[in-house]
Design a protein around this ligand. Structure first.
Ligand SMILES: *[C@@H]1O[C@H](CO)[C@@H](O)[C@H](O)[C@H]1NC(C)=O
Length: 148
């Protein structure tokens, strides 16, 4: 089971590498945030207040500067069209972290755990408790990919 998940993650990370470069968050970190958010499921669409593989809300996308798919003009469905697309969604995460990224854990560096916490808990609540299942999945993902 994990082998399949890992394979999917490698594919996703590789795709991100092609589409995003010289950004705030590393490709591995982005891949692991995607993985723990939804299993990086690019076909899950919207459910409740979140959409897409990174489980992004309208407010998050708005704070990220409302990026649009292929830079098309903003429209009523621009949010869903962007965040349901893995590359546009990854761009929204990059923008969001460029704006709000900071050291949540107090270890003196802004690292992937900080980005995950901000993604999950919000920029102002990122020192709060993470769901342990979510946290374990994230640590396993980072361990698996960060030294490649
Ligand atoms: C992705 O999400 C959709 C909709 O929730 C679901 O039907 C599908 O099985 C999921 N795919 C994977 C690989 O988990």
């Amino acid at each position: 089971m994990f082998a399949r998940v890992s394979c999917v993650t490698v594919t996703i990370i590789t795709l991100f590498c092609v589409y995003t470069s010289a950004q705030v968050i590393s490709q591995v970190c982005l891949g692991c945030i995607c993985e723990v958010s939804t299993g990086c499921n690019t076909t899950r669409g919207c459910s409740g207040s979140v959409c897409g593989p990174f489980a992004i809300t309208w407010g998050y996308w708005s704070d990220a500067g409302k990026p649009t798919l292929n830079n098309e003009p903003t429209s009523d469905d621009a949010y869903a069209r962007c965040v349901n697309d893995p590359y546009c969604a990854a761009g929204a995460v990059q923008n969001y972290m460029a704006k709000f990224g900071h050291d949540c854990t107090g270890n003196g560096v802004v690292d992937c755990e900080d980005y995950l916490r901000i993604h999950r808990l919000g920029a102002n609540a990122c020192n709060g408790a993470l769901n342990s299942k979510y946290e374990n999945k994230f640590k396993l993902c980072l361990q698996t990919f960060q030294n490649q």
